[in-house]
Write a protein that binds this ligand. Sequence first.
Ligand code: 0O2
Length: 236
Amino acid sequence: MTEFENIQQFRQGIIPADWMQNMNLDDFLGAMDEQTLPARQMLANYQCAVYEVETKFKVLNERLGIKYDGNPIESIKTRVKSLESIILKVQRKKLPLSIESIEENIRDIAGIRVICSFEEDVFRIARYFLEQDDITLIEKKDYINNPKPNGYRSLHLIVQVPIFTELGKKQVYVEVQLRTIAMDFWASLEHKLRYKKTLTAEQLEALSKELAICADECADLDRRMEYVRSEIVPEN
Ligand code: 0O2
């Protein structure tokens, strides 16, 4: 069979994904776009994993809301990376181009961000989540106790969660970011600054310094708000 015929069959899901080992970029782009069956199946798996994990946090929010008299989660945001940004990341990291390589190496395709009012709730929710026996912790980065030099604070977890499809059980990587409202407010603004291309180097430096000060003030606000809560609701 010619390579063209192979690609056509792969696009229709006739040839299995492991046929695609270490492709070059042109062949990969020829074989995969968001409309092809293998790409749709891969992205759907991540969407399913997001549903699973989001539901877990909603359940915890409901139950812990009773135990601690007030819902710990303010909001949840979810996303699945587009195929285009997945491919850009594979290229940036110089990884082999194949579905297997993407599924093993790109661990933030399914992303879920959990926003809490208080720092204490961030760690409590994370603990209850990680205690669940179908969740496997792969990596934890505590940027709350160890903030990044720019002031970024959040708790990051890379976990594996099982999804159950018509093809059976599959473990899928999910990135979970947990943070307070203040940390989220800061990170959103810093994210805008990072992608603003029209600033001069001097403006960028000045605004980065200002943001670093804001990060300290956000951390201080979190601590003070938590103190007030502990006085109002001591059983927390
Ligand atoms: P976006 O646009 O939000 O998706 P990785 O590149 O993921 O393999 P890394 O960078 O070591 O490895 O992962 P880390 O530190 O866990 O950061 C992953 C994500 O956390 C980022 O994804 C951001 O969403 C967020 N993040 C990390 N550092 C910062 C920061 O300094 N400022 C802000 N605003 N967000 C941060 P992406 O894909 O880089 O960006």
